[in-house]
Ligand binder design. Structure first.
Ligand code: PPS
Length: 299
């Protein structure tokens, strides 16, 4: 990937806001262009709150689109295969928009934007969208470790400090609660397949079949078996085109915490204190009151 060869400027991002949602300042500065992004009817958008299983579903979708052809899926890194529409590394590297605009159709794109910030052309063009949600407790643990290893994310502080920022929505891309609920409501009016990390973990075959159906594809059992194998945690962890070792170590320091860290459900139990868990459950009840959306925190 060419832009990895540029002189990376490694410093932690400043944070700004778009309509009350914390985003990196460099994204806020380019917001008008991002909002004006022109989606095409055959674009597929993969949307998630950060650390909800984005890379996992990206690999599953890519394998499906390429009929299980491993070599084709190794043609480029996750970042290049599926442009991250709102992302801006720094001034001198191509933005997610640049990569998307340079890509021939049909394109598969990635976003972490809350539903109200998705560029309107995606709705106008009636694009298909796959959303993956992950339970908040595992999500916050994963996000914390990602901030530790990613040298350009804002400083996470201690686990206790990060936990507070997360539950109050003061992290990049904003409140987990608003994100998962906003997309949940949107699925009733748009072409959105809403999946759960926990379900994919529990039964990848069943969930991949949902993706196949949504994409209008049929694959032979052997191909499906191959996709299930190739997209399991242990295999993806060793795939240099999917495990984020393709970014320079100055940015992602896997020795602090690997990008492919554990890939499990219930790891939060190793981090939440009893007091944090009580506080979390109390707040969770209030914030999730009135929604039909439910999560499993363990399998
Ligand atoms: S990002 O930076 O937002 O795109 O990160 P994202 O890919 O959404 O989330 C990373 C977490 O997903 C886990 N992961 C997987 N789990 C199970 N199986 C597979 N194949 C898989 N691929 C990625 C990854 O390990 C991160 O979770 P944690 O809990 O930190 O391990």
């Amino acid at each position: 990937m060419n832009e990895t060869k540029v002189d990376w400027e490694v410093r932690r991002y400043e944070v700004g806001e778009v309509e009350g949602i914390p985003l990196t300042k460099i994204i806020c500065d380019k917001w008008d262009k991002i909002w004006a992004f022109q989606a095409k009817p055959d674009d597929l958008l993969i949307s998630t709150y950060a650390k909800a299983g984005t890379t996992w579903i990206q690999e599953i979708v890519d394998m499906i689109q390429h009929d299980g052809d491993l070599e084709k899926c190794k043609r480029a890194s996750t970042y290049e295969r599926h442009p991250f529409i709102e992302w801006v590394f720094h001034e001198n590297s191509p933005t997610g928009l640049d990569l998307a605009e340079a890509m021939p159709s049909p394109r598969t794109l990635k976003t972490h934007l809350p539903v109200q910030l998705v560029p309107p052309s995606f709705w106008e063009q009636n694009c298909k969208i796959i959303y993956v949600a992950r339970n908040a407790k595992d999500n916050v643990v994963s996000y914390y470790h990602f901030h530790r290893m990613n040298q350009i994310m804002p400083e996470p502080g201690t686990w206790e400090e990060f936990f507070e920022k997360y539950v109050t929505g003061k992290v990049l891309w904003g409140s987990w609660y608003d994100h998962v609920k906003g997309w949940w409501d949107a699925k009733d009016n748009h072409r959105i397949l809403y999946l759960f990390f926990e379900d994919i973990k529990e039964n990848p075959r069943r969930e991949i079949q949902k993706v196949l159906q949504f994409l209008g594809k049929h694959l032979e059992k052997e191909v499906l078996d191959k996709i299930i194998h190739h997209t399991q945690f242990e295999v993806m962890r060793r795939n240099p085109m999917a495990n984020y070792t393709f970014l320079p170590p100055e940015i992602l320091d896997h020795s602090i915490s690997p990008f492919m860290r554990k890939g499990t459900v219930g790891d939060w139990k190793n981090y939440f204190t009893v007091a944090q868990n009580e506080r979390f459950d109390e707040e969770y009840k209030q914030k999730m009151a009135g929604t039909s959306l439910t999560f499993r925190m363990e399998l």
